[in-house]
Ligand binder design. Structure first.
Ligand SMILES: [Zn+2]
Length: 256
């Protein structure tokens, strides 16, 4: 299914939306509406390919319909599109409340990730977590890497899938926002120490301890972010969030 080209995917979705068989002329028109500049003969060639792969069926002059398999594939693609649009909206942060909501969601999922990691992490993952908990080089670099690694070590596919969307690369600017908060509130070394304790609990297979420490860690992040925003620096955080195209990892320090 993954080897379908974008235009083939759109053809399937055009056919999915039809109540009657569709000819190549109609498909061509629908494709043009979707921004594909393509000829009827190209569409015919693509349809023949889809026929031979069992996704569509020709009813002669009446046109084409989706096969059962074609419908199934098209349903999955549709679901994928909905899901990515949904996450896209969720990942756009427009306010401090959005950022706090994001951290609250992380608090919920990551406590379970830490618990599962204590029960399921491999010896190699435990070593890695210990290493990631010790910031090396410029201490500002890649703290989210630790959180990502806890999600991976959960070996729970559901948690991993959700964690993946919480830690997508384009959210990296959030890390620098969090760093700004940590630096300004003077709690950065406490947060670093939390990582060490979480790694240690996971290594000890202490599921309750790992879960509680992760919860407290993110809870503290939420409280400090709220306090920072209340102290009048909310605009600075917002500015920094909006710079999310800027890949700079340097924290923005507000003037004192
Ligand atoms: Zn952390």
């Amino acid at each position: 299914m993954r080897d379908l080209s974008t235009i083939e995917e759109v053809i399937l979705s055009v056919l999915r939306a039809q109540v009657a068989p569709a000819g190549s002329r109609l498909i061509c028109r629908e494709l043009a509406d979707e921004g594909f500049d393509t000829s009827e003969s190209t569409v015919n060639r693509l349809l023949t390919g889809l026929d031979s792969r069992g996704f569509t069926e020709s009813l002669g002059r009446k046109g084409r319909i989706l096969t059962g398999e074609g419908r199934r594939v098209s349903d999955v693609l549709q679901l994928d599109r909905h899901r990515s649009a949904y996450f896209e909206r969720a990942l756009q942060m427009h306010s401090i409340e959005d950022l706090i909501d994001h951290l609250i969601a992380r608090r919920g999922i990551e406590r379970e990730a830490a618990r599962a990691a204590a029960l399921r992490a491999t010896p190699e993952e435990i070593v890695l977590l210990g290493e990631l908990a010790e910031p090396s080089g410029p201490a500002l670099h890649d703290r989210l890497g630790f959180h990502r690694a806890v999600g991976d070590a959960s070996h729970n596919k559901q948690i991993q899938a959700i964690a993946n969307t919480l830690f997508v690369e384009r959210l990296d600017p959030l890390e620098s926002v969090t760093l700004t908060v940590g630096l300004r509130q003077g709690v950065l070394s406490e947060w670093e120490n939390d990582h060490r304790v979480i790694a240690a609990r996971i290594a000890e297979r202490d599921a309750d301890g790992a879960e509680q420490t992760m919860f407290a860690h993110l809870d503290a992040t939420i409280r400090e972010t709220e306090a920072f925003a209340r102290s009048g620096w909310g605009d600075v955080l917002l500015q920094q969030l909006r710079k999310d195209a800027d890949r700079s990892s340097a924290p923005l320090l507000p003037p004192t």
